[in-house]
Design a binder for this molecule. Structure first.
Ligand code: AMP
Ligand code: GLY
Length: 435
């Protein structure tokens, strides 16, 4: 079949790489893609926010499946748009309905959903400009640090964590009254601070059944030792060594099952990925407990770059079964090896950075290179085209070996102003030594 994948990052390159391996895939189009995706399919210039244009392309190119990488088209309702058009409704869309995408599109909606289904998460309340005074009182009732979250999509920047009560109140006012994050902060969720270790859990669901994909940990801060500004993600590791069988059973029983059951019982159409951001408390003890920090309605980036290479199944077959409500008949086959992904970024990222620097990929080896922000320039040369530029994923029998392979490959890649963290996975190695 012909497949259209929407998106342009490393996540999409990793998904495209797996789709292209499928015997079911005839032509793979990626819109708009990058200089990496063009090696495994055909990049097409499409504005993925323009559903009419996406629909027309799908019809004219006999596309039978659309796989949606990022959240924005889902939150804007691309799955509903396809379901409602007579010429598009038979095309499989891997990505939830607009209502399902609210799990990421509105923090308040997600929190209320968790509350309804008894899913462990931080205590919270939601405030608007009209209830600012109550919001300030609520902050006073909490202990520092204070967690403030813009309700809507804010490009990953809408969460503020503040130690000082007066500053937290000032932030709340700026978010609600001055719309610090635009309409996204018309409502603000204030929640209890959870202390622990974060990890990411991924689910593929057809709305009733699910497959639990490999778990991963990502590294969000720009600086080594988790310091400095937040980024889209500077690396990832899969699996997460501390998430053993007993812990993952708790995650499944307390979080994954009630989430999927909740979607089904509330009749929320959902065919696609659920990315559950967890805070894990008391790791290393019998009392280890997972709490949901957030839902995303897509795969993570750069988690996909370490999770997808470990999936041995034909992913198109999995997607097809998800679209037809048949995931109960599927069994996931996972490569037992560890994957380590190191992200290379442009100097200055996540603030301002240059684009257009020529990239030398060095010598190929078995390490997988996924392109994030790259393009071919007018002369056909590979050049930087974003903050996160490339990542290197290596698979090995142990985490140290996987990291070594990945870092060796990173060293062989050059451009002006390349930067990467040298401590990806080190926290996990330390935990393993202590444990
Ligand atoms: P989010 O955009 O919801 O993933 O939040 C961004 C980051 O803020 C998370 O990755 C956590 O590191 C942190 N965070 C969010 N909520 C909490 C919380 N309730 N307690 C502690 N840290 C949090
Ligand atoms: N790596 C975090 C995210 O994709 O949101």
């Amino acid at each position: 079949m012909n497949i259209l994948l929407l998106g342009s990052g490393g996540r999409e390159h990793a998904i495209a790489y797996k789709i292209a391996q499928s015997a079911q895939c005839n032509q793979l189009f990626i819109a708009p893609g990058n200089a990496g995706t063009e090696k495994v399919g055909e990049n097409v210039k499409l504005d993925i926010a323009d559903f009419e244009a996406v629909g027309q392309f799908a019809i004219s190119h006999r596309v039978e499946m659309v796989v949606v990488g990022p959240e924005a088209p889902l939150v804007a309702g691309i799955a509903d748009y396809f379901a409602e058009q007579s010429l598009l409704k038979n095309i499989m869309v891997i990505g939830p309905s607009k209502q399902g995408a609210m799990l990421e599109g509105s923090k308040d909606y997600a929190k209320a959903f968790m509350l309804r289904h008894n899913i462990p998460t931080a205590h919270y309340r939601t405030f608007t400009a009209e209830t600012l005074a109550q919001g300030e009182q609520f902050l006073e009732s909490l202990k520092a640090p204070y967690v403030l979250k813009a309700d809507g999509l804010a490009a990953g920047k809408g969460v503020l964590i503040e130690d000082n009560l007066a500053t937290a109140k000032a932030h709340l006012r700026e978010m609600l009254k001055e719309r610090k994050f635009g309409d996204a902060s018309a409502s603000v969720v204030i929640e209890e601070y959870l202390d622990g270790i974060e990890m990411s859990v991924f689910v593929l669901t057809d709305g009733s059944h699910y497959l639990l994909l490999p778990s991963a940990k990502d590294y969000k801060r720009i600086g080594e030792g988790d310091t400095g500004l937040n980024t889209g993600g500077m690396g990832s590791v899969s699996p997460v060594p501390f998430a053993d069988k007993a812990f993952m059973k708790k995650v499944e029983d307390r979080i994954v099952k009630p989430t999927v059951r909740g979607l089904r019982d509330e009749k929320i159409p959902y065919c696609g990925f659920i990315f559950i951001g967890l805070m894990c408390k008391n790791i290393g003890t019998e009392e280890a407990e997972p709490y949901v920090i957030e839902y995303n309605v897509r795969m993570g980036d750069p988690e996909t770059e370490s999770v997808f290479p470990r999936i041995k199944n034909d992913v198109v077959e999995l997607f097809e079964n998800a679209a037809h409500g048949n995931l109960d008949g599927c069994k996931l086959e996972v490569d037992p090896r560890t994957a380590a992904c190191v992200m290379m970024v442009a100097d200055g990222y996540p603030e301002s950075y240059k684009k257009g620097d020529l990239i030398d990929l060095g010598t190929d080896d078995e390490t997988l290179i996924f392109h994030c922000g790259t393009k071919r320039n007018e002369l056909g040369k590979l050049a930087t085209n974003g903050g996160r530029v490339l990542c290197a994923t290596a698979l090995a029998n142990s985490l140290p070996e996987a990291l070594l392979k990945s870092y060796n490959r990173c060293m062989g890649i050059t451009w002006n102003g390349k930067y990467y963290r040298r401590d990806i996975g080190q926290d996990l190695l330390k935990l393993m030594q202590e444990g």
